[in-house]
Ligand binder design. Structure first.
Ligand code: SF4
Length: 450
């Protein structure tokens, strides 16, 4: 068994159609590196595929969800999902009644499952996709108390909405325009999390957090870079991250924040979407390839060793093979740690649906597979370059697969499985002696008193 594989258990209720759908769910997740399992304890994702035809389907579902509370609470990276007919009927009510549930998706959302799982893993959202008309329409749901209470890390939402109007994206229409939380409220929430809940790592969250107060600033409110600096000063906060950045918003004040404040961690998720100027223009991204690469170079100069991750869309309407290869070449130029890659799919209500040159599905998929292969090689090579180095690691807990091995994150947001004796929440030095496809391996460096 490949130790890098993640495991998904699909528990099926009801008819053979559900059995079939359950098999499809496992298949759909395989490209993300999942294998099916019948063992709940080793699963990273559990999906309850429900059926309303049977009597008492709701009660059975809630009983099962109750039994899964401990499983979910044992690892903040796990995902608990409900699909099928009951999910379709109850939608958001399920999420409200069951706070350890991450994902509710209806019978029409099967194809979106990989997107949803990918995004939940990356952004730790809670998702009800029964009422969403669109796979890009993800919301940053309120931080749930149990997530705040667990572990070492918490997300803090700093804004909602988006003003960018990328032509493929529905978010600005369904979430509305940018709305920023007052800085003091954000600072108070972070302080509360650090002081009351032992949180030592915070990720400031929003669609384009770097746009925070960039325009239409209220008197006395800081821009994003200043907000970062103010939050970073909170005593007891060891690590500060943010997600998602917008390339055009990178200005000198953000570079300076990276230069002077080590609590801001050396990792940025900064989506490029395409390496082709023509496609970027069609996407209305607001920057050229050269402007993007210059900004990333400036960030890396401000913080040597900065790791970058990105979102990429392949198969945008009219994208030629040469333009697709420009996207491949920007992966090779930037050398992202990882990318969240998607084959373009039409979102009703967005401008791009009227664009000419729609590519056949198989071609979009071919480009996606090609791109993922290139990125996998880059990721592997970047991780291999860490071997022999020492990294500060924040201990998250025992590894999902071996309770004798600890799991933690480097400042660059890389996962490390390591041998050691540290407690959750401790910052330790780890000597990196191995690398898999997605994680590093190592051993804690023990400090002995003289
Ligand atoms: S920046 Fe573009 S892709 Fe991101 S949420 Fe706004 S419109 Fe959508």
């Amino acid at each position: 068994m490949d130790t890098e594989k993640r495991r998904v258990q699909v528990v099926t209720y009801g008819c053979q159609m559900n059995d079939h759908d359950s098999d499809r769910m496992v298949e759909l997740l395989e490209p993300l590196g999942f294998v099916g399992t019948d063992d709940k304890l080793s699963a990273d994702v559990i999906i309850l595929n429900t059926c309303s035809v049977r009597e008492k389907a709701d009660q059975k579902l809630f009983s099962e969800l109750g039994r899964l509370r401990e499983w979910r609470a044992a690892d903040p990276d796990r995902i608990l999902a409900v699909g099928g007919c009951v999910a379709q009927g109850m939608g958001n009510d399920l999420l409200d009644r069951c706070r350890h549930l991450d994902l509710v998706f209806g019978t029409d959302q099967l194809a979106q499952l990989p997107d949803m799982v990918t995004r939940i893993s990356a952004h730790r959202l809670r998702v009800a996709a029964t009422e969403w008309r669109n796979a890009d329409e993800f919301d940053f749901l309120p931080i749930r108390p149990q997530r705040r209470m667990e572990g070492t890390h918490a997300y803090v939402k700093i804004m909602k909405g988006c003003n960018k109007f990328c032509t493929y994206c529905i978010v600005p229409y369904v979430k509305g325009r940018e709305l920023f939380r007052p800085a003091q409220e954000i600072i108070d929430e972070v302080r509360m999390l650090v002081e009351n809940h032992g949180i030592c790592e915070i990720t400031l969250l929003g669609q384009t957090v770097t746009s925070y107060n960039l325009k239409n600033r209220q008197p006395g409110e800081p821009r994003f870079a200043e907000l970062l600096l103010r939050v970073a000063e909170i005593e007891g906060l060891h690590r500060l991250r943010f997600m998602t950045g917008y390339p055009r918003d990178v200005h000198e004040d953000l570079l300076e924040a990276f230069r002077i404040q080590p609590v801001i961690q050396p990792h940025i998720h900064m989506p490029v979407q395409s390496g082709s100027d023509r496609i970027l223009k069609l996407m209305n991204r607001g920057y050229t390839r050269a402007q993007y690469t210059e900004k990333m170079a400036a960030l890396r100069a401000a913080r040597p060793g900065l790791s970058l991750t990105s979102d990429i869309i392949v198969g945008f309407p009219g994208e030629t093979e040469a333009e697709f290869l420009e996207t491949i070449s920007i992966l090779e130029e930037i050398r992202y740690d990882s990318v969240y890659s998607f084959a373009y799919s039409e979102r009703p209500g967005t401008r791009a649906t009227s664009f000419e040159g729609s590519l056949p599905e198989p071609e979009r998929r071919r480009r996606l597979v090609h791109l993922n292969g290139v990125q996998d090689a880059i990721t592997t090579s970047l991780l291999a370059e860490c071997i022999g180095k020492t990294s500060e690691v924040l201990v998250l807990g025992p590894s999902a697969r071996d309770p004798l091995v600890l799991r933690g994150r480097t400042p660059e947001h890389r996962l490390v499985n390591f041998i050691g004796t540290a407690e959750v929440g401790e910052l330790v030095q780890v000597s990196i002696d191995g690398a898999g496809r997605h994680t590093l391996k190592g051993a804690q460096i023990m400090i002995h008193a003289a």
